[in-house]
Design a protein around this ligand. Structure first.
Ligand code: 9MR
Length: 463
């Protein structure tokens, strides 16, 4: 839905002029439908697996598509695996990525390619950047292993590596190669319509904590890196979406970002998506979603909504997740989902690796996480999506939209079968010029409305 934003109010004497500027709150498909994406990061295990691919087989992808109703994946790829030696590309790895990407796209699931990194890269105990792009690999480790993994970012050699990467004028070749690496990926995927886009850098970090928290990193370095990278990707690909993240440190918790508005350079409407992560303090690393920390989640949302208005882009919550052993994990996921639905935010859960935080146990049976992620949602809306809502208690689902009859493809709603053991009733009001179809393989309901501008209401109730 076009989101009307009051961008500025100009007072001229007693006359108040309000300038409004519209932006798309949702990602749109090639037919003009508003998309809501639900899917899984795939997967954390790829960081450590010898082939750097996630555990999945094609049958697992099929199960996500048909049984769980997911319509996308955030697929991890790594600069250091693509370009292990400076200027030499690992074509075999890219072909293996392509093969797996096609497991999704052949099923019309959307793929977001995430250039992943944690703790800078392979040369300094993390993953992401190639060894050759890191500084001082031999400086000794100072941070104890038992501390949370992201504390490794305090290692001097890690700090130095980030600082050098983002100090462009002095160490140009690091970013230049990162950019070439993205061009290589874009060349491989730009003509696959179900590759939705490119997540430029997972959880960017500036190295120096004070500078990072104070905003200098995002204002002067990260945004400049994006200003180099986005035109380079656009030279190869003007049709995919570009997903960009703020700095991770603090913003994952719910602190505000300092990233200036990121701009696209393609002709026509920009195709950018703001893609922050949500790990409110101290839910996943502390005592869980207890009364003391529940407000941290709403705080996170408030901050992100403001930033979305500034960024003028749809939002994807690229990562959120926690262990099902944490107190209140289920309320956390249900509160998070409710708020995501209320602002039409797409999401990808961290991550689908088996066991631990994953929705499946090591034997591939559902973990308690899965139940919290399965819900009806409007995957594609042929018109203006006004609202959608799922009540986990009653299992009732409602959505409202304004039909656009010039869109040839239907509105598609995922209705995971496992939620409705005895079936469900579907009620459509607001128009009588409609027909529905059900895809019994994917459990998707398709609604075709031939009336233009009808205020359509769809309701699903369990039998
Ligand atoms: O869950 C992941 C954990 O097992 C790893 O040790 C760690 C370091 O690689 O990364 C964790 O995943 C993080 C992801 O890569 C980036 N966003 C936060 C995730 C959860 O902490």
């Amino acid at each position: 839905m076009k989101h009307l934003i009051l961008t500025h109010i100009v007072l001229i004497g007693m006359v108040q002029v309000v300038c409004a500027q519209p932006f798309d709150r949702e990602i749109h498909d090639a037919y003009g439908r508003a998309l809501i994406l639900h899917g899984l990061n795939t997967g954390g295990d790829a960081k450590h697996n010898s082939d750097h691919q996630p555990w999945i087989k094609e049958a697992d992808v099929d199960r996500e598509h048909t049984q769980f109703g997911f319509n996308c994946v955030r697929y991890l790829i790594f600069w250091g695996v693509i370009e292990p030696e400076k200027g030499k590309y690992n074509e075999a790895y890219l072909q293996e990525v392509k093969k797996r990407v096609e497991w999704y796209t052949s099923r019309h699931m959307y793929v977001i390619l995430d250039m992943h990194q944690d703790v800078f890269g392979y040369g300094v105990g993390g993953n992401g950047a190639p060894v050759w792009a890191s500084a001082h690999p031999l400086i000794q480790n100072l941070i104890p292993d038992k501390w949370p993994w992201w504390m490794q970012n305090l290692e001097p050699k890690v700090i130095r590596s980030y600082v050098q990467f983002f100090r462009y004028r002095k160490h140009k070749d690091r970013q230049d190669h990162y950019i070439l690496c993205w061009q290589k990926v874009a060349e491989l995927f730009h003509d696959n319509p179900y590759v939705l886009g490119y997540d430029l850098m997972n959880e960017p970090h500036g190295g120096k904590i004070i500078k990072t928290l104070a905003g200098g990193f995002e204002r002067r370095q990260l945004s400049k890196m994006y200003e180099r990278l986005i035109p380079a990707i656009r030279a190869v690909d003007t049709t995919r979406y570009i997903f960009f993240e703020p700095r991770s440190f603090g913003t994952n918790f719910g602190m505000k970002a300092h990233l200036p508005q990121v701009r696209d350079v393609k002709p026509g409407r920009p195709k950018l998506v703001y893609a922050p992560h949500c790990y409110p303090k101290f839910v996943d690393i502390g005592g869980g979603y207890t009364a003391k920390y529940q407000h941290e989640l709403s705080k996170w949302y408030k901050v992100r909504e403001k930033e979305q208005v500034m960024q003028q882009s749809p939002m994807l919550l690229g990562e959120f997740g926690l262990s099902p052993s944490k107190k209140g994990f289920d309320s956390f996921l249900s509160d998070l989902n409710r708020q995501a639905d209320s602002i039409h935010m797409s999401w990808t859960y961290w991550s689908n690796s088996l066991g631990s935080w994953g929705p499946l146990n090591p034997d591939r049976t559902p973990s308690p996480i899965l139940g919290q992620l399965l819900r009806p949602y409007p995957q594609a809306t042929a018109g203006w999506l006004i609202s959608y809502h799922y009540d986990e208690g009653t299992k009732g689902f409602q959505m409202e939209y304004m039909s656009n009859a010039s869109i040839t493809q239907p509105t598609e709603i995922a209705i995971p079968k496992s939620l409705y053991a005895k079936g469900y009733d579907l009620r459509i009001t607001g128009t009588n010029q409609y027909r529905t179809e059900v895809d019994t393989v994917t459990n998707t309901v398709m609604v075709y409305v031939s009336e233009h501008g009808a205020h359509v209401r769809v309701a699903v109730r369990p039998r």
